[in-house]
Design a protein around this ligand. Sequence first.
Ligand SMILES: Nc1ncnc2c1ncn2[C@@H]1O[C@H](COP(=O)(O)OP(=O)(O)OP(=O)(O)O)[C@@H](O)[C@H]1O
Length: 292
Amino acid sequence: MTEPLLTAKGIVRRFGGITAVDNVDLHVHEGEFLSVIGPNGAGKTTLFNLISGQDRMDAGSVTLDGEDITNLTPHKMAEKRMARTFQHGRVFGNLTVMDNVLIGCHTRLNASRSRVPVVSPAIELLKALIRPKSVRDEEEAMRAEVREIIATFGERLTPRIDQPTYSLSYANRRRVEIARALALHPRVLILDEPTAGMNESETAEMQRIIGDLKAQGRTILLIEHKLNMVMQLSDRVMAMDNGKVISEGTPSQVRNDPKVIEAYLGHSTIGGDQPAEAELMPEPMTAAGGAE
Ligand SMILES: Nc1ncnc2c1ncn2[C@@H]1O[C@H](COP(=O)(O)OP(=O)(O)OP(=O)(O)O)[C@@H](O)[C@H]1O
């Protein structure tokens, strides 16, 4: 078996008296789809924040393809092409859809440039001012790429490409965020509840899109409360409760793990959208005990 692409070891994060993430290990192989589930307050978002550099861990380490990326700043993480979307969606409201997604392209390009010797800052400035053909061509290529990425979302974003994102619906802002993450050409795509606040048909549409991303062979880490979606998309599932990993395995193994059922039943809701029991028990189990 090859080495995992991303490995997190012994991650700890305390907030005052609470240990939100308590000695968690996580790994994901290239092209693998790993979901992290668990009741509210289990520590899932905190774990993703630590892995993606949004927060600093008290102990532990993270490596990407063998390189230590522990506690890098979010900007440096983006340059490493660790792309992250947020539970409540984060876009630049005053920028257009196009400009929001271009940010992902620029970050990727700047990161690749920093590996080659920097030409004199004066030349860079001159190039920015006079915008020679090579610069204009590069910009046009990026815009074409953004249009292509945005087409991933059908007609949801394309007609709105020049509108400021504050004028978009919540679901569309979340789509823009994913588009921006894709513009990074992510080595790891980290999605935190991409369907939160979406209705049933929007959720089904997003699930199809994420399924397509998986089919493209992308490496994906997902937090999601809608367990049917987790079961259908994931190669592997990790369940957390009270900051700890309580179960890990195939979707059906985790779904049927009594520790997981108990953790959920101890909470009245999973994500605020649905009762825990309805999420955990919706499908008949197969003879093998699986529901995939
Ligand atoms: N910045 C913070 N300051 C203090 N406590 C925090 C902070 N962030 C998270 N916590 C606490 O850490 C614990 C884990 O929270 P976290 O948001 O990671 O859980 P979660 O599994 O993502 O929950 P949800 O599914 O509701 O998003 C909770 O007890 C939460 O209140």
